[in-house]
Design a binder for this molecule. Structure first.
Ligand SMILES: [Ca+2]
Ligand SMILES: [Ca+2]
Ligand SMILES: [Ca+2]
Length: 510
């Protein structure tokens, strides 16, 4: 079965939801209004006077979100300080879901996705002192079943509710999808209750025996700031902008605090306000990491493709599912053979003209919390009955049927992005003054004018080239699965500067 189809199945269902009528309101749509500098109160008045219902005025860059009835659009566009008026479009999360009160004991063995990046050689750096703001779907109310509350900065957690990105601090743990918990778990680790059938496929217990374990993250000492910007239909640009603006303010109020933004999501183009939001954040010293996308040869999503952002493709371990049907393979030792152990996944977005693919990291079959995935089909596709809002609690003995498994072997650049965010957190743990504020931001329509910042250059130069190849891996069903990249028939640029190893990335930090 082809993973591209799987994504398509997801998108098809989501499109249906997008088209669902929102009510009988007049034809006023959400828009993103750009301006050269933050809007003054007088300018906001002028926008209102021209017929825009301004909802959210950005603080650290020029612009606002608003609803505008279509007859008023030209009047809004005609205002002298308005530089762009674009429809508020939706970005999609980049997962491919084929898929307590006392600290639990450590997992006796290392998950392969950490061994594959040499996380065992982190030299004591664990991301302590670094904040990672995850802009995503929100947590579920029972997030403490999976994530250590000490890893989560609840005081800064917030939500920007689409459309128009209205802030509601109380909604960050009322998630639209388990996606954000899996992303956060990649960075700081999670509690794994291995009951039965966890992981979704294969036979037996994923650890070999029933138990509860503490699965390490890439940067277990980092702190997560959960920022919900997505709805069941996707993530509005207005909400993402508001989230980035919020983090920029946090950074300005805490200048010496290293802050990373992780966006495991993307869309087809870069909006003027999205670029302004990113530029303001990076200029303030925030580092942004984003998914390359899951569209294979169809190319990358934004913001990842925008060069000042650190973008990540997805790869995996060539020896995946080597103990099929037993599913304990994820705890096997990865031989220290460098990139000879690595493949680039066929779904990982290739770099097209005007796009910048930076690095590749693990994003294939990572066992992560993804509760209530029974509402998807067993292969992780969205089913006709899918309504994630009805399944926000962990299974209980009385209600086990409601959630037959809580964890899945997940794939997507959604998980390679937080892997790189974690590695960036390790680098910032070593030197918190690193950032990409010196990136070349250039102009919106001219990708040749964009350039990487100094942290990105350090990371890229530390990466190991992945030579083009065609390899046969084992799929979760035991079926051989050919993966090829940068060879005849698979010629598009797939690897950027290569695979990132933790030890090399840390050595690169002076
Ligand atoms: Ca290793
Ligand atoms: Ca970049
Ligand atoms: Ca680059």
């Amino acid at each position: 079965m082809n993973r591209g189809v799987r994504i398509f199945a997801l998108v098809a269902i989501l499109s249906t939801l997008v088209a669902f009528p929102v009510g009988a309101a007049p034809a006023a749509k959400g828009y993103l209004i750009g301006s050269a500098a933050p809007l003054t109160p007088d300018q906001v008045q002028q926008l209102q006077g021209a017929g825009a219902s301004v909802v959210h005025v950005y603080v650290n860059f020029g612009g606002a979100s608003a609803t505008i009835p279509s007859p008023k659009l030209s009047a809004v566009r005609a205002l002298p300080f308005v530089t762009s008026v674009n429809e508020d479009t939706i970005r999609q999360l980049d997962a491919i879901t084929v898929a307590p009160s006392q600290a639990p004991p450590d997992l006796p063995l290392t998950p392969y996705w950490l061994d594959l990046i040499n996380a065992e050689n982190s030299g004591g750096y664990d991301g302590s002192g670094v904040w990672v703001a995850v802009l995503d779907s929100g947590f579920y109310p029972n997030w403490r079943d999976y994530l250590d509350p000490d890893s989560i900065l609840e005081e800064y957690a917030t939500a920007f509710i689409a459309a128009n990105g209205n802030q509601n601090k109380n909604q960050w743990d009322v998630g639209s999808d388990p996606h954000m918990m899996a992303v956060a778990a990649t960075i700081v680790g999670y509690t794994f209750v291995d009951d039965t059938n966890e992981g979704g496929w294969g036979e037996g217990y994923a650890t070999g025996a029933a138990g509860t374990y503490d699965v390490p993250g890439v940067a277990s000492g980092a702190k997560i700031i959960p920022i919900k910007v997505c709805e069941p239909i996707g993530c509005f640009g207005s909400a993402i902008n508001a989230g980035v603006d919020y983090v920029t303010t946090l950074k300005k109020e805490n200048e010496d605090q290293p802050i990373v933004i992780n966006e495991s999501l993307g869309g087809g183009s870069l909006d003027a306000t999205e670029k302004a939001a990113i530029d303001a954040a990076l200029s303030a010293g925030v580092v942004m990491v984003a998914s390359a996308g899951n569209s294979g040869n169809a190319g990358m999503g934004f913001p990842g493709a925008y060069e000042p952002v650190i973008s990540t493709g997805a790869g995996g371990w060539r020896d995946q599912w080597n103990t099929l049907p037993d599913k304990t393979w994820w705890l096997d030792v990865v031989p220290e053979n460098g990139v000879d152990e690595v493949f680039v996944a066929d779904f990982s977005s290739r770099q097209l003209t005007g796009q910048y693919l930076d690095v590749v990291s693990t994003g294939r079959f990572m066992l992560l919390p993804y509760p209530c995935a029974n509402l998807y089909t067993k292969d992780g596709e969205v089913g006709a009955h899918t309504n994630v809002r009805t399944c926000a609690s962990k299974a209980t003995p009385d209600n086990a049927h409601a959630a037959p498994f809580q964890y899945l072997f997940l794939s997507g650049t959604s998980f390679s992005a937080p892997t790189i965010s974690g590695i960036v957190a390790l680098m910032l743990d070593k030197d918190g003054s690193l950032n990409n504020a010196d990136a070349a931001f250039g102009t919106l329509g001219n990708p040749a004018s964009w350039g990487p910042g100094s942290l990105e250059v350090l990371l890229e130069n530390s990466a190991t080239d992945i030579p083009g190849e065609s390899v046969v891996t084992t799929f979760r069903t035991g079926v051989p699965d050919t993966e090829c990249w940068e060879t005849t028939g698979c010629t598009l640029e797939a690897t950027g500067h290569g695979w990132v190893f933790v030890d090399d990335a840390l050595t690169a930090v002076p």
